[in-house]
Design a protein around this ligand. Structure first.
Ligand SMILES: Cc1ncc(COP(=O)(O)O)c(C=O)c1O
Length: 438
């Protein structure tokens, strides 16, 4: 389908708000649109429950654990997936009851498990044998959370290797093929722990559901085998997250309706044939919040240099980079970049020129290459980078002692709220001391 007939699914901030917000809050600045995020979640939930009524959507807070956004996800009916004590505490602070949270992690500490049990977390996704023993010890005499056993289904998701998790050679979960999954179930049951089902998450930024289908089928077949061999009735089957978003060019995911239909039908066939009827769970992060957020940067230096590859290259150096968006450096991720000029868009020339947007960090810190923008981009203009609602704020650091950016939430009535301010230098140094005899 021609690009111009495809619907824009990404939030784009109006130029006047780019100017207004940056003049009030500075830059770099994360901006998230509340209505957009709510609509994404409710559309996903509707699509999922249309194909499997007994379903739950869980928001993976690793994508963005800003308290206000966790609260929005919870208000929209999501369960909350946390992968650390810190994320769990964020959920609790956001007002989410512990009994709406699920704890993940491939190497949970005793402290994390004890805290989760003590708070009354709803579910722990169990990753390894050591953890089963720890949960057994930490929950003795207390109510043990429901346990879901994470399985490695041996599926290659064909995405960036750093976000591939479903293959056999993975640190996550119990291998099905070598019998570890079955052993884990039997060990947990031998301790009378409340195992309710199985989980897998095969990878992230997947534009079609093939890998998730393969993972889900493996899970369903395993559930059927455990019923047949051990009489274990699976009550919960969690097929993870992973649906991709439209970062750049024509690389778009299929619609969430098509995705849920394609994903659930083959799993449902296996479950029905074996007379199993569990609750189905998905735990996306990126696809619930990624397209709802943008980052605003101010252009500083504009520099044209000779380039053996291109003849010449024009760098736009912006006031952020690796520390507020490590994804280009980590994964070679591509983004869509828009320009906010000082004049109304209709007066801006139509023609474009190629730029490389670089950050201000000490590495090459190339953020976005081959970006086509008007030929007159100048210092003081703003760039708006789309689809930064997921894995930007939550992956930000203070590298080079930069302050992590603030997050503004555009409210449903068109007003805006500062939901996370940027770091202060005082906070940055508060953790440190220099020994007096140094
Ligand atoms: C266990 C688990 N669940 C859910 C997610 C969310 O994935 P995504 O943001 O791609 O939907 C991840 C991402 O890494 C994950 O590891």
């Amino acid at each position: 389908m021609p690009a111009d007939q495809l619907t824009e699914t990404r939030f784009i901030l109006a130029d006047h708000l780019v100017r207004e917000l940056t003049s009030e809050f500075g830059s770099p600045l994360y901006v998230v649109d509340e209505a957009h995020m709510r609509a994404k979640i409710s559309r996903y939930r509707a699509a999922f429950s249309a194909v499997w009524p007994d379903s739950e959507l869980t928001f993976a807070t690793k994508a963005n654990s800003t308290l206000a956004l966790i609260r929005i996800a919870a208000q929209e009916g999501c369960l909350i997936d946390v992968a650390s004590e810190g994320e769990f505490r964020a959920a609790l602070l956001a007002g989410v009851p512990a009994n709406r949270c699920h704890l993940h992690g491939n190497n949970k500490t005793e402290q994390e498990i004890a805290f989760a049990v003590q708070q009354g977390i709803n579910q722990i996704v169990v990753d390894n044998f050591e953890e089963i023993e720890t949960i057994y010890r930490k929950s003795s005499g207390k109510t043990c959370p429901d346990l879901v056993i994470r399985l490695a289904p041996g599926v290659d998701p064909k995405t960036n290797a750093k976000i591939s998790t479903g293959q056999a050679d993975t640190k996550f979960g119990f291998n099905i093929a070598d019998g570890s999954g079955e052993k884990a179930l039997l060990l947990a049951l031998s301790h009378n722990l409340p195992v309710v089902g199985f989980h897998c998450h095969v990878g992230s930024q997947l534009l079609d559901p093939t890998a998730q289908i393969n993972g889900g089928e493996a899970l369903a077949l395993f559930a059927a085998e455990m019923k047949q061999k051990h009489g274990f009735i699976t009550q919960v089957l969690n097929v993870g997250g992973g649906l991709g978003i439209h970062y750049h060019g024509e690389s778009r995911p299929i619609s969430v309706e098509e995705y849920c239909r394609n994903l659930v039908e083959p799993i449902a066939r296996i479950l029905r044939a074996k007379d199993l009827n569990p609750k189905l769970v998905q735990e996306p992060g990126r696809s619930l919040v990624g397209e709802s957020g943008v980052t605003l940067y101010r252009v500083g230096v504009v520099k044209t240099v000779p380039s053996p590859a291109k003849g010449q290259r024009t760098y736009l150096a912006v006031d952020g980079g690796l520390s507020d968006n490590p994804r280009p450096a980590l994964y070679g991720s591509l983004y869509t970049v828009l320009h906010t000029p000082g004049q109304p868009r209709e007066l801006v020339q139509e023609s474009t020129q190629e730029y490389t947007v670089s950050g201000k960090h000490c590495e090459t810190d190339k953020l976005f290459e081959d970006v086509m923008l008007p030929p007159d981009v100048k210092s003081g203009d703003y760039l708006q980078v789309l689809c930064t609602g997921a894995y930007n704020s939550s992956m930000a650091s203070n590298y080079n002692r930069y302050q992590r950016p603030a997050t503004i939430l555009i409210r449903q009535n068109g007003s805006y709220s500062l939901v996370q301010r940027n770091d202060t230098y005082e906070e940055m140094f508060a953790r440190e001391s220099v020994p007096s005899d140094l």
